[in-house]
Design a protein around this ligand. Sequence first.
Ligand SMILES: [Zn+2]
Length: 699
Amino acid sequence: KQVILSCSPDILAQFPEDAAALQGNDGYAVLQKGNQLYILATRPHGIVNAVFRVLFKSSDIIWAFPEEEDGTFFTPNPNLSLAIVGLDIPKMTQRGWQLGFGRPNEFMWIVRQANNWSVHSAGGVNKLNDEWDMIKECLGGHNLNTVFISEKKYYATRPDFFPLINGERVKPSSKPYRTQLCFTNRDMIAAFKQEFDAQVKRHPTASIYRVMIEDNHDQCQCEACQADIVLPDGSVLTAKDPNFYSTRFFLFLNEIAEHTKANYPGKNLLCFAYFFTEIPPAIKIDPIIRVQFCPIFKNSKYPITAPQNKVTLDKFNAWLANTTNMTWREYYGLVLDFPRPVDTIAAEDFRYCLEHGVKRHFSEMENYDVERKQRTYGRGLAAWDCNAMYFWVLANLQWNPYQDVKAMRREFLNRVFKDAAPDLEQYFAMIEEKWLAGPTKSTWSTPAKAQWFEVTLNDKNVVDVLEGHLRQAEQKVRDPKAKDLLRRIRISFDLYKNKGRLPSMTIPRCEGEPPFDPDFAAAPWTKALTITEFCHQDSNKPYDDHPLQLKYLHDGENIYVGFRSTNPGIVKKINPKLRHGQLEALQLYFEVTPDKAVTPDQGPYNATAISLVGGLEIPNYTSPLPMVRKVKETPDGWSLWVKIAIRDTGFDPAAKKLRGLYSFRFWTGKNDNQWYDGFVGPKDAVYHVPVCFADMILE
Ligand SMILES: [Zn+2]
């Protein structure tokens, strides 16, 4: 008896019908002819897929997470017989993960799930990628400044290639996420084409060249970039139109596409539909341009077809009307250490994509590239520990998104945990049920603590039931590797099960507006709610760099806040890396009613930060709440006085209750370009999720 693995045309010719079905895809066929078992594909990666899928179908093996030995579960079987599965063709042509840096263990986990795209596919220069015949693109991620128009080569002589913002041509190195380009500049476009030519020389065998906008919303404000765009049908687009900047970019990229077709026929371009290009342009894009649609603002609790994701769906559908040469590029695998059941949601998204002609997918996924002893809570291994089942389902769903997700989860649990599987199924099901019922939007950056809080709400019954399922599973699990995974699944549960609720803040009443007394030592501040204990985010360690004092009062209509930072000389200091140079700020959070939320999609709250010079920093994803503010430099630091009209939150002052939070933000100096990278506030606080805010009782 023989097993023959082949993609030779001569052998395929013996099976003409199967060979025809395998043309143009990386599926495979397992066929018996006489004493020979043929495993056939039309390209090497099809054989790779066959090996792993046939082994999976013929035994109880599972590659559960990216560790060669500890992550592989199977029962030894000296009499393995291979399943004759016939034709097995993937429904999605691109299946993959941007998993860490693609270290061998991460890369091989992807390959073993019959996926064909990893982070090395994007770079196109990796040996493993070639050896395993994975999809090959080149030039990597955000790359306008790194690959094409670099500051080093061009800024000194041609600053006009870079965007004009607030009167100056911005250097990419002056921004945390670099800069876009001046997309109308004819000389820049000519230089870009030359740089493109150089990249084709460098990657002569690639067929997909990436031209990826940088990771920011900035736009060139020069006259030419801001000028109205006259469309082919004669209509006019102005800079106020939502699709203006996307159109500006694709006018530029279509020109690069023309250059590509003229000089390198058969080669393709790839770009993002992300930030300002998430909205499709008002012009048709060239058919050689592949578009990676990145739904970064999508609510992961719901599929794209749900009303909660209408904004994203509208953009995606508008893109589909322009081109179907698209890739669905999600963030399903970025979850932190909460078991986030997005596999069912992904299945629906994948089906929507397939039914609209989009067959390519990849998502970002947590790294698995650190030593376990270096484990830190949050990202990476900690996230993998409680999400291994979901990640495995997500990876395998892409082959056929019409599979039964619950059955796939059961398959994972049975293969890894055997007798303990039913208890873990119930454990995960309860978390899923509670999580879906909660009000908080879930995205790639939603803190684990907030999601756990939503599941347990410090409810003893829920915690006890989950605890019971884990105990049952712990009594039944036998395999030492499974035991260890179960131990790790428990870690995040134990860490978060009784955490998150903040004590309520009772705010005393004053008559009329209290004065701005920089020491807040006189009446009525003497009877205010006074907070002097601040704790570091995550570590919960007390902040003891210098004294802080925060006071709250209300007069029935307004909230008054008094704040002092005792840090002599701080007002004169600057962070030289930043133009504004600000080093400290008080951030005030209030929940607002949905009608007051500017982008309800992002959660109905404000998060206004007031800096030591009185400047406001309002992240663009929260709802601005009007605040009257006064700032004074004092001999030993600075003081802040703030007034907020309760009605502006949308809540009735007569209800005598609000929900909110505070944090003190500062620059640690560890991160050159990032301002305010330190957060301190109430112990256990989660800052950007309203369900985790404290009740504020108005006395
Ligand atoms: Zn410009």
